[in-house]
Design a protein around this ligand. Structure first.
Ligand code: NDP
Ligand code: 2IT
Length: 447
C-alpha cells in the first residue's frame, strides 16, 4: 500500500514541486483515500485521484488600480476552478500578501471535498489576490475590488462559478465585487455569496463558519457524553470565523480565553463574554484595529506578542486564523495541558505532525474540511434562496446549518470509525467527500 501511495505522491510532486501547501493537502487525502480506492473495484485503476489533483482550469490575471496618492498599483488575481463534477465551482476569495498558486490550489482542493460533504450540489474552487487590504482606505478597497472583478467576471456566473469571502474578503469587499459584476453583466444574479441582507444575502451566513465549527465540536463531544458547557476554550484569530466561533461557545456555556491576530494573542482569564466580544467585533470590523487594543478597555487581560495561544491550558482548541498555525510542539503542549477536542475553523491550520499527535493521543480532532464546512454550506443555502427568490428566517437557516453539520459528522463516523471505536475524522471526511465526487466523475465519463 505504501508504495502505491508513494508512487502517486511522487508524480504529484514532480508536477507541483514548488507548491508545498498543495502537496501537504494532497498527501493528507492520498494517505486515507488511496487505501479505500484499492479496496473498491469501481474506483481502482481509474486514476480518479490523479484527475482530482489537476485543476479543471486555472486563471491568473493582472489587476491594475490607482491608490489614494495617485500611484498605479499592480497585483495578481487568481481563480482556481478545481472540480465541477457535482455542481458549479464554489469557494472563497482570499486577499492577502501571501496568496500564491500553492495556497490557492490547496484551498481549492480541500474545497472539493468540503463541498461534497455538505450534501449540497457544489463543485470546488478558490481564488484571490496578493493584494494586502491592511491599511487601505475604503476607496482603495473599492477601486481594487472593481478592478479585480472587471477581469474575474468573464470566468464566473451563478451557474458556473460562485465566489465568496475568505481571509481579507468580508461583507465590504463582497459588496464592491457584486456591484461591478452586476454593472458589467447587466443582470442581478446570485453570483457571489456573503451578500448583504437587502440585496440577496442569507441570514446566518456571516455567523455560519464559526457556529458550524462549534456545532461540530459539540457533535464530537456528544460521542463521549460530553458537551461544551463549562469548558475552557482557546481560539486563534479574531476575524469572521473566530468571532462567531467565540459567540457560539459563549452561548453554549463555554469560556473563551483567547483571541489572536498575526501579531500576537490576548488572554483574558476571566473569559471573553458577549459584551467583550461586541467590543472586539467593533474593533476588528469597524475600526479595523489590532487585537492588542483589547487591553485598553480590559486591562486585566494579557497581550502576548508574537506568539500563538496554544500554550494556554484549555479543554478545547479552535484554530480559526490560517494554515499551519498549530504545529507538533503546539499539539504536544495542548495535550500535556489536558486538551480533549480540536475543531478546525480555519483551513489546514494543523500541521501533519500536529494531526499525528492528536490521533496518537486519541483525542477528538476534526479537520477543517468537515468542521468549517458550515460556511460554504450556508453559502449553498444562500444560492438556494436566490434561486427561489425567497428568504428563510434566521431560525430556519440555523436549523438547516445544524442538520448539515450533524450529517457531516455522521458521514465521518460512517467512513472513519475504527475497530476500537475511535473516530478518525480525517479519514472519514476524506473518504466521504471523495466518494460522492468520484461517483459523479465516473458517471460523466472521461472529460
Ligand atoms: P478574516 O480575514 O476575517 O480573519 C483572519 C484572521 O486570521 C485575522 O485575525 C488575521 O489576523 C488572522 N491571520 C491571517 N493570516 C494570518 C497569519 N499568517 N498568521 C496569523 N494570523 C493570521 O478571515 P476569516 O475569519 O474569514 O478566515 C479565517 C480562516 O478560516 C482561514 O483559514 C479561512 O480560509 C477559513 N475559512 C473561512 C470561511 C469563511 O466563511 N470566512 C469558511 C471556511 C474557512 P491579521 O488581521 O493580523 O491578519
Ligand atoms: O473556505 C471556505 O469554505 C470559505 N472560505 C467559504 C466559501 C464559500 O463559498 O462560502
Amino acid at each position: 500500500m505504501e508504495s502505491i501511495i508513494n508512487e502517486f505522491l511522487d508524480l504529484v510532486k514532480q508536477r507541483n514541486g514548488n507548491e508545498p501547501e498543495f502537496l501537504q493537502a494532497v498527501e493528507e487525502v492520498a494517505e486515507t483515500v488511496i487505501p479505500y480506492i484499492v479496496k473498491h473495484d469501481i474506483y481502482y485503476k481509474k486514476n480518479i485521484l490523479l484527475r482530482m489533483v489537476e485543476p479543471e482550469r486555472v486563471v491568473t490575471f493582472r489587476v491594475c488600480w490607482v491608490d489614494d496618492t495617485g500611484e498605479i498599483q499592480v497585483n495578481r488575481g487568481y481563480r482556481i476552478q478545481m472540480n465541477s463534477a457535482i455542481g458549479p465551482y464554489k469557494g472563497g476569495l482570499r486577499f492577502h500578501p501571501t496568496v500564491n498558486m500553492s495556497i490557492l490550489k490547496f484551498l481549492a482542493f480541500e474545497q472539493v471535498f468540503k463541498n461534497s460533504l455538505t450534501t449540497l450540489p457544489m463543485g470546488g474552487g478558490k481564488g484571490g489576490s496578493d493584494f494586502d487590504p491592511k491599511g487601505k482606505s475604503d476607496n482603495e478597497i473599492m477601486r481594487f475590488c472593481h478592478a479585480f472583478m472587471s477581469e474575474l467576471f468573464r470566468h464566473i456566473g451563478h451557474n458556473t462559478d460562485v465566489p465568496a469571502g475568505d481571509i481579507g474578503v468580508g461583507a465590504r469587499e463582497i459588496g464592491f465585487l457584486f456591484g461591478m459584476y452586476k454593472k458589467i453583466s447587466n443582470g442581478f444574479t446570485g453570483v457571489l455569496t456573503g451578500k448583504g441582507m437587502s440585496w440577496g444575502g442569507s441570514l446566518i451566513r456571516p455567523e455560519a463558519t464559526g457556529y458550524g465549527t462549534v456545532y461540530f465540536a459539540e457533535n464530537m463531544l456528544n460521542t463521549r457524553n460530553d458537551s461544551i458547557e463549562g469548558k475552557n476554550v482557546v481560539i486563534s484569530g479574531s476575524g469572521n470565523v473566530a468571532q462567531y466561533a467565540a459567540e457560539k461557545v459563549i452561548q453554549l456555556g463555554g469560556k473563551v480565553l483567547t483571541l489572536s491576530d498575526s501579531s500576537g494573542y490576548i488572554y483574558d482569564a476571566d473569559g471573553i463574554d458577549l459584551d467583550k466580544l461586541r467590543f472586539v467585533m467593533h474593533l476588528k470590523n469597524v475600526k479595523r484595529e489590532r487585537i492588542n487594543e483589547y487591553l485598553n478597555k480590559y486591562a486585566n487581560a494579557k497581550y502576548i506578542k508574537g506568539k500563538t495561544p496554544w500554550e494556554i491550558k484549555c479543554d478545547i482548541a479552535l484554530p480559526c486564523a490560517t494554515q499551519n498555525e498549530l504545529n507538533e510542539n503546539d499539539a504536544d503542549t495542548l495535550l500535556k495541558n489536558g486538551c480533549i477536542c480540536v475543531s478546525e475553523g480555519a483551513n489546514m491550520p494543523s500541521t501533519k505532525g500536529a494531526i499525528e499527535a492528536f490521533h496518537k493521543a486519541k483525542i477528538l480532532f476534526a479537520p477543517g474540511k468537515a468542521s468549517n464546512a458550515g460556511g460554504v454550506a450556508t453559502s449553498g443555502l444562500e444560492m438556494t434562496q436566490n434561486s427561489l427568490r425567497f428568504n428563510w428566517t434566521r431560525e430556519e437557516v440555523d436549523l438547516k446549518l445544524k442538520e448539515i453539520m450533524s450529517n457531516i459528522h455522521d458521514s465521518c463516523i460512517d467512513y472513519g470509525k475504527e475497530e476500537d471505536g475511535y473516530i478518525d475524522y480525517v479519514k472519514g471526511a476524506n473518504i466521504a467527500g471523495f466518494v460522492k465526487v468520484a461517483d459523479a466523475m465516473l458517471a460523466q465519463g472521461i472529460v
